[in-house]
Design a protein. Structure first.
Length: 111
């Protein structure tokens, strides 16, 4: 896993919005101040807990949006076995970098 870096304001805004969509508003106050990018192919994907994927216990919410190149991007906000935030995962269908970081008004809930 990479070194940590400060969470960007746009990331905090997106995580907050995803927590509201997923009905997990009780976790808003536990959004960390730092995150660790862990996927060089999708650098927007960040670890929020400092723990490994083996602690994964499910998705809080999964959304999608259409990037400016008209390629779909799926974002999942996940939780660990203790119910804490784990990761915010980005997956772009053609495996290229996201061109435009999403804003809450561009998202559609998948599940």
């Amino acid at each position: 896993m990479s070194t940590t870096r400060p969470l960007e304001p746009r990331e905090k805004e997106l995580i907050t919005h995803l927590l509201k969509l997923g009905g997990a508003t009780e976790l808003i106050n536990s959004i960390p101040a730092e995150a660790s990018p862990y996927n060089l192919q999708q650098p927007e994907s960040i670890n929020l807990s400092g723990t490994d994927a083996e602690n994964y216990d499910g998705d809080i919410v999964t959304v999608e949006y259409m990037d400016t190149d008209k390629v779909r991007v799926i974002i999942s906000l996940t939780k660990d076995k203790e119910g804490n935030l784990l990761d915010m995962d980005f997956w772009k269908e053609d495996f290229v970098n996201v061109q435009t970081y999403p804003t809450p008004d561009k998202l559609e809930i998948i599940k």
